[in-house]
Design a protein around this ligand. Structure first.
Ligand code: ATP
Length: 289
């Protein structure tokens, strides 16, 4: 469905956004993970055809997108990071407006989308009165209005409260079948339950693109837990890669990602995706396919 070959973007200032990224994806949900400034937005903007690469190729459904961007634009839904609503339009008017821009003239489709994102009961309230989560849901509705084959959402859960995060995540997970959804975030839990593939980028380079199970398997045997006193914990916290630390009655349970057993009393534990991300970012830049 989507093939990216040696894609790079160097800005006129000389800053490197993305460097030599190659990916091949079919349907499902790709979670694009990376720290702030890793290049997620740059990559997504190139895929959304609003930034031109300096090198490389993008093919979607076997069509060269750099030569024929309109082919993808007609099949694309895009929720940018800085998406804003028009405050004085109602949810219905807002969505109807986007529908018209995308050549969708069905009032029924607008109502159907409002129902999908659970805004149908507030369809005639002005969007300016909505919470952050409601605005994001309106954003996803405009991205879906043309029934896109490729849906790109850039850090959609930033600024949402925990309940809204879960609701939004479930909504995206349900869209995945038969389509390709690309969701960027720097928060592992945002994609943990819905991603069928995970790509990790660091400083513009792709470190990994693999199913979550494969990332977990490669991190197996690299995660340890040790129970430490506060003083011991303070002694090791800056020298070891800590994935989590939980205070319990018997001490601080520190979860450590390391190539070899990091402390005498550390015991190996099963890896989770947070561990895998930490391992990849710190130890194994070329360990994943
Ligand atoms: N228009 C631009 N001009 C110059 N440099 C840019 C431009 N846009 C992005 N960059 C640089 O490219 C790199 C990648 O930025 P990008 O915004 O793609 O990262 P990101 O992973 O989306 O980060 P965040 O999570 O903070 O949004 C950064 O070093 C950034 O400073």
């Amino acid at each position: 469905m989507l093939d990216i070959h040696k894609l790079s973007k160097v800005f006129p200032s000389g800053a490197v956004g993305i460097s030599g990224v190659s990916l091949s994806l079919d349907g499902g949900v790709l979670g694009l993970l990376g720290a702030n400034g890793a290049g997620k937005t740059t990559l997504m903007q190139m895929l959304a055809t609003i930034t031109t690469p300096t090198a490389g190729q993008i093919r979607f459904q076997d069509v060269d997108i750099l030569r024929q961007p309109d082919y993808l634009r007609r099949r694309l839904g895009y929720l940018p990071q800085d998406f804003g609503v028009y405050d004085n339009l109602t949810a219905f008017e807002f969505l109807n407006y986007f529908a018209a821009l995308k050549g969708v003239s069905s009032r029924a489709r607008v109502l159907e989308m409002l129902e999908l994102v659970n805004l149908h009961t507030v369809a005639h309230r002005s969007a300016g009165t909505f919470s952050g989560g409601m605005k994001q849901r309106l954003g996803i509705a405009q991205a879906l209005i043309n029934n896109p084959d490729l849906l790109i959402v850039d850090e959609p859960t930033a600024g949402l409260d925990p309940e809204e995060r879960v609701r939004f995540r479930n909504l995206l997970g349900d869209i995945g079948s038969g389509k390709l959804v690309i969701l960027s975030t720097h928060i592992v839990s945002d994609i943990e339950s819905i991603a069928t593939m995970i790509a990790v980028i660091k400083k513009g380079r792709l470190l990994a693109c693999a199913p979550p199970e494969a990332l977990l398997a490669t991190t197996g045997g690299r995660v340890w837990e040790a129970v430490l006193s506060s003083a011991q914990f303070d002694g090791i916290r800056s020298s070891l890669k800590l994935s989590a630390a939980v205070r319990k009655p018997d001490g601080i349970h520190a979860r450590i990602v390391a190539q070899d057993c990091p402390l005498q009393n550390a015991v190996p534990v099963e890896a989770n995706l947070e561990d895998a991300f930490l391992y990849l970012m710190n130890f194994a830049p070329t360990a994943f396919g």
